[in-house]
Design a protein. Sequence first.
Length: 575
Amino acid sequence: MATVITMPRLSDTMTDGTVATWLKKVGDKVSEGDILAEIETDKATMEFESFNEGTLLHIGIQEGETAPVDSLLAIIGKEGEDISDLLSGKSSDKKEEAPKEEAKTEDKSADASQEKTEEPKEKTEEPKEAEAPKAEAAALPKGVVVVTMPRLSDTMTDGTVATWIKKVGDKVAEGDILAEIETDKATMEFESFNAGTLLFVGINEGESAPVDSVLAIIGPEGTDITGIAENYKKGGSPAAAPAKEEKADAPKAEAKSEEKTAEPEAKQEETVETVADGKRIFISPLAKKIAEEKGINISQVKGSGENGRIVKSDIENFKPQAAAAPAAKEATKETAAAPAAKPFIPAGETFSEEIKNSQMRKIIAKRLAESLFTAPHFYLTIEVAMDEAMKSRATINAVPDTKVSFNDLVIKASAMALKKHPKVNSQWKEDVTIINHHVNVGVAVAVEDGLVVPVLKFTDQMSLSQIGTSVKDFAGRAKNKKLQPAEMEGSTFTVSNLGMFGITEFTSIINQPNSAILSVGAIVEKPVVRNGQIVVGNTMKLTLACDHRTVDGATGAQFLQTLKLYLENPVTMLA
């Protein structure tokens, strides 16, 4: 008899898993102990062994897709075995095994309740809210998928839709970006794992909603989705209700005709997203191609299409001198909303504006306040001679395809110093102090909405070139909102560098639950005394912020002495 394999719980905090790679495909023979797939958890990517043998008959979660623990992962059985019964029960299994007969009767009673609206609410609405979501999940029209607000980080409870990239009526392909969602850690692009037409948007731009609220509905064009969103509504965005009420009151024919009127727009050239000067620009592929051929900067072109989208005629009619006109005269919604588009304020007049705090900014404020007011901070500053580090960096960067920054040297030296002083690499708990003997250095990266801290796992085991490549990759993806939550978790120590801005010395707030954070200043050329002589030297100031609950003054000072030794003698880091 065939065996259903579900998404395993591979860590104590795991709620969802992502299939990174399938090592077996449908039709392959599977032996007990064979690796079925590699699964990404909230902590690591792990190999998942089979505890059964037979033939892989079905794959329930494709590569790159994420699903909750206990979701249908695969079915293993005898070659040619009929598994239709197991597959037909798939939806009900995921929804706490609601019986099919109940699902059908609930579906019919839901339709009947729309006609008998005068019956007491206790008899019609309470069962509907309690059980209808499960029934509807099993009775969704063919091809229709309800997309909910995803949990994009382990601490995320609510999400804010920053931007909808697709609009109702648009075609959606698997892998297309549906929306940009603000979490408590970053603003991230949310990809669609389904193909079809965007039939419904449940959370409007700028609105927040709890995880698992109805975000969107995707399905075949023209599908009647009346009542589906309502049955999945619990915890959803109140602002979405009017749209659903209109659909519920309107005849199905009207809903379909509206879909058809939107069809010509959906069949237009697919919009391509381009980022220029920090601003998202919508442009058709043909217009973009023509602009590249003519060498036209698309950020200077005003789009005449829907939502300011640039189309072919805009590029063909573009005149360079038009770009020289003052931006204020255009008075577009985008420029009006941006702080830079508030010029020409007469002298002597006061002017202020309100900018809504992003989800990321709120969480940054909350976490830093908690850190500063719960952890007793103290600060230690040391000055390091950087002449030898500058010579070593020049030698390393002379190797082809190698690029190492001074910050990379500081990160490597910090990781090695932490191995010698593990008390700095610690974490305070109410009853115990955790001493970490693995070193994961978080690197503070400034982004438009605030600050993110991607983590270099096992930093002490990385070479300088590996650190340089990883930091560059993290910084680029952070600015493009491509970092994954797992890449920002698990730090044991943090490095923050403002030296590139000319800041010579500063203090930072500890990134909890770390016990310390290192603030790195700029390298300064100045007179120094060496061997009794005044000479020109290059120095850099480092400031260590410590949590006095776990790190004493002497412990922090010893760590800085070791760090200074490594930086002033870089060859010791290669030993």
